[in-house]
Write a protein that binds this ligand. Structure first.
Ligand code: MLT
Ligand code: MN
Ligand code: ZN
Length: 307
C-alpha cells in the first residue's frame, strides 16, 4: 500500500496568505529553514495507478500537478482519483471537491453528519449536482477498531475502518457546539495482502480508548499535528481560540500528543495537518529537535509512505 502526502498543513496552508507570524514571514522571506506546505490531504493506492483521495483540499489542483502519479493519462480525459473519503466537513478538507467538477460522478464516502453539512451549511452536494455530481456512500463511525472494514469498489486489497473521533464540526456547522459521534472520523487503513496498517486522524482532540487501540494496531500513525501548545494562537495574537476550542490535541504537555505517541513504542509516528503557527515548522527550532528526539516525524508535501 502506498500513501502519498499531498498536503501537510492545516487550514490556511503555510505560509498563510494574510499571516505575518514568525513562521509565515520567515518562510516567505527565506530567513528560516522551513518548507511551504499545502492544505491537508493524502492519497492511498495499492497499484500506484488508481487512488483514493482522503480529504479534498482547496489546494487539490496544485497537489495533482505536483504528483504526476495521480494522472495516469489513459484517455483524453482521465484521472487516477477513483473515490474520495472525507474525515470531516471542514473547509480545508472539502472545498477541493469543487475543483473536481469537470470529472465523472464522484463516489464520496463520508458520515451522515458530514453529508448533512455538505447538503445544508456548505451545500457543495447541491452545487455539484449541476456538474459531476457526488455519489454519497454513507460511512459509519465505529467505536471499535475490530468492526468489519469497509471496501471501496476497485480497491479489493485495501480495507477501511472508520472510527468515531472527538474533535469539532466546522465553525459553519450547527453541530459545532453540540458534538455528535460522526462529525469527525479517523481511519484504520489496512493492506489486506500484507496486513500492514496505517492510522490516519488529521483532526483529533482526545485519544479515547478505542482510538488508542487503533493506534496500537497500526504500523504507522499519521495524526493531528496542528498546534504545539494549547494557547499558541492566542500568544501569537492570531486568534482567541485554544487548541481544544478548535478540536485539536496539542503536542506538548503531560497529556499531549507527544506523550501519547511516546507510549506507542517504536512504530512509525508522523504528525500531519500542521498549523502555520506551529514552531515545529522551523527546522532549527527547539521544538523540532524535541520531536526528533522522540522519534516523531513531521509530514511534508510529497512524502511517501510505503506499508
Ligand atoms: C481546523 O481543522 O481547525 C481547520 O484547519 C480550520 C480551517 O479549515 O480553517
Ligand atoms: Mn483543518
Ligand atoms: Zn502564520
Amino acid at each position: 500500500m502506498k500513501i502519498l502526502v499531498l498536503g501537510s498543513a492545516a487550514g490556511g496552508g503555510f505560509p498563510q496568505w494574510n499571516c505575518n507570524c514568525p513562521n509565515c514571514q520567515g518562510v516567505r522571506k527565506g530567513s528560516i529553514r522551513a518548507h511551504a506546505r499545502t492544505q491537508s490531504s493524502i492519497a492511498v493506492s495499492s497499484d500506484g495507478v488508481d487512488w483514493i483521495l482522503i480529504n479534498a483540499s482547496p489546494d487539490i489542483l496544485s497537489q495533482i500537478r505536483a504528483n504526476p502519479a495521480l494522472q495516469p493519462e489513459r484517455g483524453t480525459r482521465d484521472t487516477g482519483i477513483r473515490a474520495v473519503v472525507l474525515m470531516d466537513a471542514q473547509i480545508d478538507h472539502v472545498t477541493g471537491l469543487l475543483m473536481l467538477r469537470e470529472g465523472r460522478p464522484l463516489p464520496l464516502y463520508c458520515t451522515a453528519s458530514v453529508w448533512d453539512d455538505l447538503s445544508n451549511g456548505l451545500p457543495l452536494a447541491k452545487v455539484l449536482s449541476h456538474y459531476c455530481g457526488l455519489l454519497w456512500q454513507p460511512l459509519p463511525a465505529h467505536r471499535s477498531a475490530h468492526e468489519p472494514c469497509i471496501r471501496i469498489p476497485g480497491f479489493d486489497d485495501i480495507g477501511f475502518t472508520p472510527l468515531s473521533l472527538k474533535s469539532k464540526a466546522p465553525p459553519y456547522s450547527p453541530k459545532r457546539d453540540t458534538p455528535g459521534a460522526d462529525d469527525n472520523i479517523g481511519l484504520l487503513i489496512e493492506d489486506r495482502t500484507t496486513g500492514r496498517k496505517l492510522f490516519y486522524a488529521p483532526g483529533l482532540a482526545e485519544i479515547e480508548p478505542h482510538v488508542d487501540e487503533a493506534m496500537r494496531m497500526a504500523d504507522c500513525v499519521l495524526v493531528d499535528g496542528t498546534l504545539w501548545t494549547e494557547d499558541e494562537m492566542i500568544r501569537l495574537g492570531l486568534s482567541r481560540k485554544t487548541a481544544s476550542d478548535m478540536g485539536h490535541l496539542p503536542q506538548s504537555g503531560p497529556n499531549g500528543m507527544m506523550a501519547a505517541l511516546d507510549a506507542l513504542g517504536t512504530r512509525r509516528k508522523i504528525l500531519i495537518h500542521i498549523n502555520n503557527s506551529n514552531p515545529i515548522l522551523n527546522e532549527d527550532s527547539q521544538e523540532a529537535s524535541i520531536l526528533k528526539n522522540h522519534g516523531i516525524e513531521t509530514a511534508f508535501d510529497g512524502m511517501e509512505i510505503n506499508l
